[in-house]
Design a protein around this ligand. Structure first.
Ligand SMILES: Nc1nc2c(ncn2[C@@H]2O[C@H](COP(=O)(O)OP(=O)(O)O)[C@@H](O)[C@H]2O)c(=O)[nH]1
Ligand SMILES: [Mg+2]
Length: 588
């Protein structure tokens, strides 16, 4: 399906054309039909000669309803501009074209209608002239009459060519459905409608609305119940467990976790705009939200929105001056996650950065600007698609982080320096804990450190990072350790008592260093043996009749319960012995 919005001055024959093309009534309200004027958005659809389906979003032309018009136009990929032959280019023709241009819509068609009332050529030439200077460029034109039916077949063919040129939608991406209508259907409950520009919807799935998870009870597409709707489409979504009053036009149904609503965006003004007031209304999708505009320099500005919006890089929107009911400017979102502007001069520096921004995703530039960023953040900002691998010569991907090569090299240098400084300051434990390394290098996530360390010629083990082969410098404790080693070589299970350790100058730090250096083995808090102790114990225990008790082991090893119990537990833990029941073991 394709979606085309109408545009054009009030009473120029938009709704009449839609009615003639579709056989459906776009003016849904009794008041609209009584006044013969479109007030709100109308919806109608038809098949084209090629078999393609087109759904129209028919907009009001009257200046008072420009907000409604923008809600219909905002999410539409293409536009049908309607001009009356007898009236020519009028104020809202220009206003609507300004909105089309601000939104950067590139696909359109011109219909000069009411050709039964006047020579269509002057109106056509004038309209073409205006349109060719907008984002639409030169468009195909058709002369028609809604009253006589003249040119309707040509218009159908032209619509076919128009929709045939539209770029294929992305359907495996995130959903952001700007809601344009909310109502209840008896027996079904709350229904919302919108133009699905990308992604797909499935009955039964969960979506997010304003942070709430809601389940899709059913879907309608062109009036028919369906299980799944792919973009581009007009779609009606029946939602469970939400009241009509809790939803309004401009709200968004979104892929859960797929978007990060923001109140700040840096934008480029895309249409020449001078003397913009600071208080404006931003029209994006079907939403109209008050914003504050802070010029940064050149045509760039920071927008602060009255409520959070799910924005992404490259979004187009319209700024309107609420006092004047006019399109004030178009905006292109350059950054939906901008840095805070604090210090004097930071706005000007920010403008410098933004001047170079294209509004197209540039992963390398984004990662370089931020240094390091989580992949999921770039995905929610629309900068990187799921599964796409960034340029590996400029960006490194580690544990869900994207790190600019330049930042990686500075981290690497800082890590080597920090590890060396740690080793100098802590000779008894020269290996630096990962978290301390993370803090001193200012890496956002300790999970990145192991790869950073390896890439820097360092080694990682036991939650610490160090130069390869680094040893604890035991210094003054060396003599005490050597004496203890000599004694344990003779009496392997006579673990030293606290008094002996202190007498040999071995406090907690020295013992920890000797353990880290592989000189001693510590079992629990109390027992210190040689690292060979457990293997020597196994040789003795294997000679016992199996199973054996703690007491059997103690006697065979010539030691005390203080040593035997943790030693046996250590052997259990290594899988060298197993406990048969609560008190007896056997050698495996
Ligand atoms: N004679 C003539 N009248 C038309 C034609 N198209 C629309 N009209 C009339 O123009 C008026 C406005 O039409 P409408 O479709 O409501 O205009 P919209 O405001 O652009 O939607 C209505 O009275 C229509 O009957 C046409 O091709 N020929
Ligand atoms: Mg109308």
């Amino acid at each position: 399906m394709h979606v085309v919005a109408t545009a054009g001055h009030v009473d120029h024959g938009k709704s009449t054309l839609v009615r003639a093309l579709t056989g459906m009534e776009p003016d849904r309200w009794a008041e609209e039909r009584r006044r013969g004027m479109t007030i709100d958005l109308g919806y109608a659809w038809t098949g084209l000669p090629s078999g393609a389906q087109v759904a129209f979003v028919d907009v009001p032309g009257h200046q008072r309803f420009i907000g409604n018009m923008l809600a219909g136009l905002g999410p539409a990929p293409a536009v049908l501009i309607v001009v009356a032959a007898d009236e020519g280019w009028r104020r809202q023709s220009a206003e609507h074209l300004a909105a089309v241009d601000a939104l950067g819509i590139r696909h359109g068609l011109l219909a000069v209608t009411r050709s039964d009332l006047a020579d269509p050529r002057p109106a056509l030439a004038e309209a073409q002239d205006h349109i060719s200077r907008s984002s639409l460029g030169t468009v195909e034109s058709v002369v028609v009459s809604g009253a006589t039916g003249r040119g309707l077949a040509d218009l159908r063919n032209a619509l076919d060519r128009l929709v045939g040129q539209l770029p294929p939608p992305v359907i495996d991406g995130r959903v952001r459905l700007w809601i344009d209508r909310v109502f209840t259907i008896r027996g079904s409950g709350t229904v919302v409608t919108g133009t699905l520009g990308a992604g797909s919807l499935t009955a039964g799935e969960e979506l997010e609305l304003d942070g709430r998870r809601l389940r899709v009870r059913g879907l309608h597409r062109l009036g028919e119940a369906v299980e799944r709707v792919d973009a581009v489409a007009r779609v009606a979504v029946n939602l469970r467990s939400v009241a009509v009053d809790d939803i309004s036009r401009g709200d968004v149904l979104a892929t859960p976790g797929g978007w990060r609503p923001t109140r700040f965006a840096d934008v480029r003004l895309t249409t020449a705009a001078t003397d913009l007031p600071a208080e404006l209304v931003l029209h994006i999708g079907s939403a109209a939200v008050p914003v504050r505009l802070r010029p940064l320099g050149g045509l760039t500005a920071r927008l602060t929105t009255a409520r959070p919006l799910p924005l992404q890089l490259g979004d187009r929107a319209v700024l309107r001056d609420p006092g004047q009911q006019l399109v004030a400017a178009g905006v292109l979102v350059l950054d939906a996650d901008p840095p805070t502007l604090s210090r004097r001069g930071s706005a000007a520096r920010r403008a410098q950065v933004l001047l170079a921004a294209t509004g197209r995703p540039d992963v390398t530039a984004e990662v370089t600007r931020r240094g390091a960023v989580q992949r999921v953040d770039l995905e929610t900002l629309g900068i990187l698609s799921r599964g796409v691998i960034p340029d590996v010569s400029a960006v490194r991907e580690v544990e869900g982080w994207l790190v600019a090569e330049s930042r990686w090299r500075s981290w690497s240098a800082a890590l080597v320096e920090a590890v060396d400084a740690h080793a100098r300051a802590h000779p008894l434990e020269p290996r630096m804990p990962l978290e301390a390394a993370r803090r001193s290098v200012d890496v956002p996530d300790a999970r990145v450190i192991p790869e950073l360390a390896r890439d820097s010629g360092l080694q990682v083990g036991a939650g610490r990072v160090s130069r390869p082969g680094v040893r604890a410098r035991l210094g003054a404790a060396e003599t005490g350790i050597a004496e203890l080693e000599a004694r344990l070589a003779v009496e392997p299970f006579a673990a030293p008592e606290r008094g002996e350790l202190l007498a040999r100058g071995l406090g907690a730090r020295e013992l920890a260093a000797a353990v880290a250096a592989g000189r001693l083995l510590r079992l629990g808090d109390e027992v210190v043996l040689l690292p060979s102790g457990p293997a020597r114990a196994m040789r003795v225990l294997a000679g016992l009749s199996q199973p054996f008790s703690v007491s059997d082991a103690r006697q065979a090893l010539g030691t005390t319960r203080r040593v035997a119990v943790p030693l046996l537990e250590h052997l259990d833990a290594r899988g060298w012995t197993v406990r048969d029941d609560t008190s007896r073991r056997r050698v495996v």
